[in-house]
Write a protein that binds this ligand. Structure first.
Ligand SMILES: CC(C)(COP(=O)(O)OP(=O)(O)OC[C@H]1O[C@@H](n2cnc3c(N)ncnc32)[C@H](O)[C@@H]1OP(=O)(O)O)[C@@H](O)C(=O)NCCC(=O)NCCS
Length: 172
């Protein structure tokens, strides 16, 4: 098992591995209610998920796990790491059985704290489709502020929707 990067009273984050049980993840990623605002909408196979995990070896693709029973609750990802300018990008994905319990906010708090405080990054960005109210609320609760709006960047059916870019800075 990979080492725990961050934890609080309820959850811990550790890097996902191809040998992890990915059955929950496979179900979530292929659920239209869960992937509406994600960029990958094509049906994913277990092999696709393993390739995705391998492609993020140099990023922080973390599973969110319950401290009670080690169940896999969702994922949080820091990617687009720019070591020259000390910035990176964060995304969040919580299994729908666990929505509305503060798990997403805790996971974003924990991984943001890890990259800003432990790893010394200066800035994290997060992109949220304007209609994704829960995600905007989550980032605001986690101390992110709206920095700019990219017009009509996300295609949902026949409609183009604005993307909101939230940011959080290292306070040091
Ligand atoms: C968006 C998502 C990550 C939220 O995760 P979560 O664990 O349910 O979020 P939290 O419980 O921490 O909730 C954070 C806040 O958002 C609110 N919220 C969550 N979902 C909401 C919704 N659908 N509508 C309105 N508010 C919502 C919560 O009430 C809470 O605010 P509050 O404390 O003031 O009540 C989750 O719904 C998800 O994974 N969705 C599918 C993937 C996705 O869209 N990811 C984001 C891509 S940017």
């Amino acid at each position: 098992m990979s080492k725990v990067l961050a934890e609080d009273g309820r959850i811990y984050l550790r890097r996902l591995r191809v040998e992890d049980d990915l059955s929950n993840y496979l179900e979530w990623i292929n659920d239209p209610e869960m992937n509406t605002y994600l960029s990958k909408k094509r049906k994913q196979s277990l092999g696709d998920l393993k390739s995705y995990i391998e492609s993020h070896e140099n990023n922080y693709l973390c599973g969110i796990f319950s401290r009670d029973n080690d169940s896999h609750l969702g994922n949080v990802l820091v990617s687009r790491i720019d070591n020259s300018n000390n910035n990176c990008h964060i995304g969040i994905f919580v299994g729908k059985e666990s929505w509305g319990k503060g798990i997403g906010t805790s996971a974003v708090d924990l991984l943001s704290g890890y990259v800003l405080e432990t790893k010394g990054f200066h800035k994290i960005t997060a992109g949220v489709t304007k209609d994704n109210i829960g995600s905007s609320r989550l980032f605001e609760k986690s101390g992110y502020t709206l920095e700019f709006v990219a017009k009509e960047e996300f295609k949902l059916g026949d409609t183009y929707i604005d993307n909101l870019y939230y940011t959080k800075y290292n306070s040091k």
